[in-house]
Design a protein. Structure first.
Length: 186
């Protein structure tokens, strides 16, 4: 197989943890319906390691535990550390996630409507979501007092990895059949 290295690179890159040679064998055998020896895979892995040892690449292939994983080279750890610190500040609390879900599914929505659904005051949470630019002001309601309407922002799409609000799971998809009591009839 002439492009085995690329398939192995893709599998190692896509794996969240280190991936063992046996797992790589299984994946390749399942896709191509042919046997791949551990020796053949190890030869390709060594070629990939050699390729990424070049200083032009910021990542390298490392053997960790019983498997392989792409990691950044030590030279870049300070920059990666800064990224991790910045991203850790962007983590959302449970209250923020609940509020975001309500806004995403019901937008445009007022703070009072959010509080009615959640059952608690959400001034702080809405303020934090505005600061993180995950929500934005979508205008003012025509109801009494002209309360502010909130909706999701373009950064919301990026944060959750979607291109359109329609890509959010439908509520009926989230409700499991096991949540019902008694027998169901059609």
């Amino acid at each position: 197989m002439e492009n085995m290295d690329q398939y192995l690179e893709a599998l190692i890159f896509a794996s969240e943890q280190s991936i063992r040679v046996e797992e790589l064998q299984y994946c390749l055998q399942s896709v191509f319906n042919e046997d791949f020896s551990a020796e053949t895979i190890n030869t390709s892995i060594n070629a990939i390691k050699e390729k990424y040892a070049d200083s032009r690449f910021a990542i390298e292939l490392i053997k960790t535990g019983n498997g392989y994983q792409f990691l950044t080279k030590k030279d870049y750890h300070l920059a990666i550390n800064q990224l991790q610190l910045q991203r850790s500040k962007k983590k959302l609390s449970q209250a923020a996630i609940e509020t975001m879900a309500i806004i995403a599914y019901r937008q445009p929505i007022t703070k009072v409507e959010i509080e009615q659904i959640r059952g608690v005051n959400c001034d702080y949470t809405v303020q934090k979501l505005l600061e993180k630019e995950l929500i934005s002001i979508a205008g003012k309601s025509d109801s009494v007092g002209k309360p502010i309407l909130y909706g999701t922002s373009p950064l919301f799409m990026d944060y959750f990895g979607i291109n359109d609000i329609k890509e959010l799971p439908q509520i009926k998809e989230l409700i499991a059949d096991s949540d019902s009591i008694g027998e169901q009839t059609e």
